[in-house]
Design a protein around this ligand. Structure first.
Ligand SMILES: [Fe+2]
Length: 229
């Protein structure tokens, strides 16, 4: 959600705009803080060590400067002019998506199942079926066993972060799209697999869970635009 959607919201007479991708203000400024959730995540799967905490802190420091120079006010000033409240739910939605995928895997996939079976399961999620992007194997082969599977939707796909999980016992990572900083040398490493399920399909899973709750339980009329599937 950005300026065009705020204009559309004003045209439709909407009272509030909820975006997922940070568009400005504190949502961008504090984006690096979503790495804190990875500490919780490592802890949850029993892999947290002082070395991991240290690496995550370094990654966080590095990410902190990534948006330096960004125009933080461009979109937020538009919402002020139109007098439409504009909120952003980023990591919250990603956690909902991640939990949804984790439950799906826990209930349907065993360590000895193949990547192909995992892909079939993911393809049947309604948001993924609606998406123009099919799930794809970024690393690995259809016949490989999945081993320990971990969905990571709570951070921009990042090979440095993924390698931390791989080096600590995770075999298959499910994310939205291939990490931009991927290194082709990783292709030689065995027992490492990355599955992408598509960006907007993935984000829509968590958004729809929240928006359905809003419309069913709080008498809110929801209009879905801009890539929400
Ligand atoms: Fe996204």
């Amino acid at each position: 959600m950005a300026s065009p959607e705020l204009l559309l919201a004003s045209h439709l007479g909407a009272d509030c705009v909820i975006g997922h991708h940070p568009a400005g203000g504190c949502a961008i400024k504090n984006m690096h803080k979503d790495l804190d959730y990875q500490i919780e995540k490592f802890d949850k799967i029993g892999m947290l060590t002082p070395a991991i905490v240290d690496k995550l802190k370094k990654l966080k420091e590095h990410r902190k400067e990534e948006h330096y120079g960004f125009n933080y006010y461009r979109v937020t000033s538009f919402s002020e002019q139109l007098d439409i409240p504009f909120m952003n739910l980023h990591t919250t939605i990603d956690i909902i998506t991640e939990n949804y995928i984790a439950d799906l895997i826990a209930n349907n996939i065993e360590r000895d199942d193949s990547i192909d079976e995992l892909m079939c399961l993911l393809s049947k999620i309604k948001e993924i079926e609606r998406s123009i992007e099919n799930p794809r194997i970024v690393f690995g082969n259809k016949a490989d066993k999945v081993g320990k599977v971990l969905p990571i939707f709570t951070h921009t796909p990042d090979i440095d972060l993924f390698n931390l999980y791989f080096r600590n016992g995770v075999n298959t990572i499910i994310c939205m799209y291939p990490p931009k900083n991927i290194d082709v040398s990783c292709l030689d490493e065995v027992d490492k697999r990355i599955i992408g399920i598509g960006h907007m399909g993935g984000d829509s899973i968590g958004m729809n869970i929240l928006l359905n709750k809003l419309s069913n339980e709080y008498n809110v009329k929801v209009t879905r635009v801009s890539g929400l599937l």
